[in-house]
Design a binder for this molecule. Structure first.
Ligand SMILES: Nc1ncnc2c1ncn2[C@@H]1O[C@H](COP(=O)(O)OP(=O)(O)O)[C@@H](O)[C@H]1O
Ligand SMILES: [Mg+2]
Length: 395
């Protein structure tokens, strides 16, 4: 995908119209450096007409050295000989008048062709993002809190594109946790199911400063109208356009959650120090095993890990036969942050809960997939039966 550097919002809007959907817009060269360090499929940098020329040429020198497959397109209000000379000196191949949108589009397209000649086809949507799901067979254990904070941490102040999908389809509260009032929800994707694409899905997203969200239906009855196939399609499309898709889920391990897990790269399983929760997490793990889902890609998160309730983290590890990869203490600051609509990683970055979640986000961002996300031993019929029997166990 191309990246546009432009600090004037009106110009950024006008230029974006001539660039492919999914183009990232940043307002400074610093943000661009940050962005490029975290991306692998950018093929063009468009330097907007209001970006300082000296900054542009310094940037071009760095890009030519560090990312030789990225094409640079320099837009200027005045095409003077000084501009052309400066561009030539640092090897900028395209210098175009700011109002020549067609010229910019053509130059960006040439950059894409050059990139593909060297590196092969640009991934559809420009990305092959990672899907991270936060699950637990219990409610109130911290799934939404963890999902939202992870999303903010993963975004790294705008260095990565992140979308949170609220799959607690009956009682989703991702939006309210971020103090957002969504105008659209996933329910509006139903009609378009067959021909759903990113241009439509994008209109259903709600923007937060650090990420996007796809909100759950506003009424619980909407849940039954959303098919597992739609969930799969939504995640498949989103991962092509975001670096991370974070899925928050319902306490029921229902078909929609199972379908999301089929598309999941890394799965955070949330437990707390109480016997019923640990018992249900154990059953959930056994079910995931029998469905061959997210095998080798599960991370046990123990929330409120310092509660003194007669059960310890060591007990949980031995009961569940897996190590606790992240332990979060109980802290009133977490609930306080939720009530103020500001995730704790933003409001209290030095808090131990924030530090642990940022570390987890860094680990997840580093982890590479160790196998196909969809390798399944069970046949679809077996899978269906196992899912249903888990549903019965849950009731
Ligand atoms: N480590 C923690 N310490 C204190 N309160 C927490 C902690 N984790 C979550 N909470 C609070 O517990 C409540 C339930 O959390 P939530 O994330 O909504 O759970 P779930 O999504 O699993 O139902 C929220 O008020 C949240 O602020
Ligand atoms: Mg929740």
């Amino acid at each position: 995908m191309p990246v546009l550097v432009e600090n004037d919002a009106a110009w950024a809007g006008a230029l974006s119209a001539g660039l492919p959907a999914g183009t990232q817009v940043v307002t400074s060269i610093d943000q661009l450096d940050n962005w490029l360090a975290n991306q692998d499929a950018e093929y063009a940098v468009v330097l907007g007409p209001n970006t300082d020329l000296a900054d542009c040429t310094a940037l071009a020198e760095r890009v030519v050295r560090t990312y030789p497959t990225i094409g640079i397109v320099l837009l200027r209000h005045d095409l003077t000989s000084d501009v052309f000379q400066a561009a030539m000196r640092v090897g900028i191949p395209a210098v175009i008048a700011a109002d020549d949108i067609a010229g910019m589009t053509a130059a960006v397209e040439r950059s894409r062709q050059m990139w593909e000649a060297v590196r092969g086809p640009v991934p559809e949507g420009g990305r092959d993002g990672k899907v991270i799901s936060v699950v637990s067979p219990k409610g109130g254990v911290g799934k939404t809190t963890i999902a939202v904070n992870l999303a903010v941490a993963l975004s790294g102040s705008g260095a990565a594109r992140v979308c949170v999908v609220d799959l607690d389809l009956a009682f989703g509260d991702v939006a309210i946790t971020l103090q957002l009032i969504p105008e659209h929800t996933i329910i509006e994707a139903i009609e378009a199911e067959e021909h759903l694409d990113f241009s439509l899905l994008e209109t259903l997203l709600t923007r937060h400063t650090n990420c996007f969200i796809l909100a759950a239906p506003t009424h619980p009855e909407g849940k039954d109208r959303i098919s597992p196939a739609l969930i799969r399609r939504v995640l498949k499309i989103l991962r092509q356009h975001f670096d991370f898709v974070v899925v928050d889920s319902s306490p029921a391990f229902d078909d929609q959650v199972f379908e999301a897990l089929e598309e999941t790269d890394e799965c955070i399983i949330v437990a707390t120090l109480d016997v019923p929760t640990v018992k249900n997490v154990k059953i959930a793990l056994e079910t995931l095993d029998s469905l061959n889902l997210v095998v080798g890609r599960r991370h046990l998160l123990l929330n409120r890990a310092d509660d003194e309730v007669g059960l310890t983290a060591a007990n949980v590890e031995s009961l569940l036969k897996m190590p606790v990869s992240t332990a979060l203490p109980s802290a009133s600051a977490v609930a306080n942050a939720t009530n103020h609509g500001k995730p704790i990683v933003l409001s209290r970055p030095d808090h131990p809960v924030s530090k642990a979640l940022v570390l987890l986000a860094q680990d997840l961002a580093r982890t590479t997939m160790n196998g196909s996300a969809t390798s399944r031993a069970a046949t679809p019929i077996e899978t269906d039966q196992k899912r249903r029997s888990f549903g019965r166990l849950r009731k």
